[in-house]
Design a binder for this molecule. Structure first.
Ligand code: 4AD
Ligand code: MG
Length: 432
């Protein structure tokens, strides 16, 4: 009987003969030996076919294998210190499942547009595989972090009639006879859930019809949103810095091979340990003026170059706190000591990756919230349920949203968010 396993599991079978279902990622051959780069989704390992050790038929078959052909391959597992995974397969038998011809992505350089058009195949490559594994580790450790701290996972609706982050970036759709939008953020519904469950989090897709074409913007992206009752602004910052440290340290611990594949400088990630610096918006403006940025005034929002200048001054993510109320959403609690800024913070990642978290304390006073809704021209009837939360035992509460793809891009050290999600939705891309 043959022993069927996976490339990631071969470590348990050193010296034994195993069979693996795999694809031929690449191949090199000399007269007497064929090196097969095998992948099965769990790992990338080399199979070695030696002319004198297999039948002529198997050797010819190995020599003729084309890129991405699927096979069952049998061989003895050997330790190989040069391989990142530590093992190789001394091949004895190969059985073709399906032959692949003219695979479009070859080891040569392809342009980004070409690769994006072939995203359904590009995902198979080593670097993309590594990014998806890191994305998965961030998701896994996120659930672990929040579950360990008693947060309950809540799934807010995707189809809504509210606009937490402003009405200009909404995806509009018909909901039978009514108008509806795709969710920009689950926050408002999480605020209802937190009054039932105390500490909640959601993790789901969110949509922004932003006409931005930058390396940080997606049209559809995944957001991690915790919400905490009886929680004031500074207490929320502590959860944020502990959470971000936790996911970075989890990736360092569990994705060594992937970080190496991507050539990530891990010394920079090792420094990501709570606490993180906090910079008041007023001081951020002063700092930017000292750095020669004459283009920004108190009251303006930061652009990418401003965020990068502030981030470069620190070797950890940095909180920018207390932004002017005029550039933030309606629901943020005013600073009790002055009414021109709100109790909010953006967390800026190092190395130019920009804002990865936006968060705040929420207004918990009924009259103030109602006044804000009116100031922002939001229809009171659509928000009546949200106002209700301030009518029946309202409490201070805070929460935040972490953008998964920006976080994956930063931790992986990749240039653009388009590679941090399996199938990116970009300004000009709905395919594949
Ligand atoms: O700062 P934002 O807009 O905050 C909210 O939506 C709050 N309601 C969250 C909350 O308090 N529960 O978005 C949060 C994060 C940003 O910091 C950024 O990382 C990410 O979501 N993000 C995007 N990521 C990719 N593409 C886009 N177009 C993004 N817009 C926001
Ligand atoms: Mg924001």
């Amino acid at each position: 009987m043959f022993l069927k396993t996976t490339l990631a599991e071969v470590k348990d079978y050193v010296g034994q003969e195993v069979t693996i279902g795999a694809w031929v990622a690449n191949k090199r051959s000399s007269g007497k030996i064929v090196f097969l780069q095998l992948r099965d989704g769990t790992a990338f390992i080399q199979g070695v076919v030696v002319k004198n050790e297999v039948s002529d038929e198997i050797f010819q078959l190995a020599k003729s294998l084309t890129q991405e052909t699927s096979i069952y391959i049998t061989g003895v597992v050997n330790v190989d210190e040069r391989s990142p995974y530590g093992y190789e397969l001394a091949v004895s038998k190969i059985e073709i499942i399906h032959e692949s011809h003219d695979y479009p992505i070859t080891p040569k350089n392809h342009g980004t547009e070409f690769l994006m058009d072939h995203r359904h195949l590009w995902l198979r490559s080593k670097r993309q595989h590594a990014v998806m594994k890191i994305r998965n580790e961030i998701i896994r450790s996120t659930y672990e972090f929040f579950n360990d701290r008693g947060f309950v996972k809540i799934d807010p609706p995707i189809l809504t009639n509210n606009a937490p982050e402003g009405t200009t970036e909404l995806f509009h759709t018909k909901y039978f006879d009514e108008d509806a939008f795709l969710s920009q953020s689950g926050q408002l519904h999480l605020e209802a859930a937190v009054m039932a469950l105390g500490r909640v989090f959601s993790f789901g897709p969110t949509f922004r019809a932003e006409k931005s074409k930058t390396r940080r913007h997606l049209i559809e992206f995944w957001m991690m949103e915790p919400e905490m009752a009886f929680c004031e602004f500074e207490e929320s910052l502590v959860v944020q810095e502990e959470y971000v440290s936790y996911i970075v340290q989890s990736v360092l611990k569990n994705c060594q091979i992937e970080l190496k594949t991507l050539g990530r400088d891990t010394s920079k990630l090792e420094k990501v340990q709570a606490p993180f610096p906090r910079v008041h918006y007023d001081d951020a403006i002063k700092f930017l003026h000292e750095q020669g940025f004459d283009d920004i005034q108190w009251g303006d929002d930061f652009g990418a170059p401003h965020e990068t200048a502030i981030a470069n001054h620190h070797d950890k993510p940095v909180f920018i706190t207390h932004y002017p109320k005029a550039i933030k959403p309606f629901y943020m609690q005013p600073d009790p000591t002055r009414d021109d800024v709100v109790l909010c913070a953006d967390l800026i990642a190092p190395e130019g990756y920009g804002e990865i978290i936006g968060g705040s304390e929420r207004i918990h006073d009924y009259d103030l919230l109602k006044q804000k809704l009116e100031e922002f021209n939001l229809p009171l009837d659509a928000y009546q349920w949200y106002l209700d939360l301030r009518k029946y035992g309202s409490v201070p509460h805070s929460g935040f949203g972490l953008g998964l793809e920006r976080t994956v891009a930063w931790i992986s050290g990749i240039e653009h968010v388009r590679e941090s999600i399996p199938f990116p939705r970009l300004l000009n891309r709905l395919y594949p």
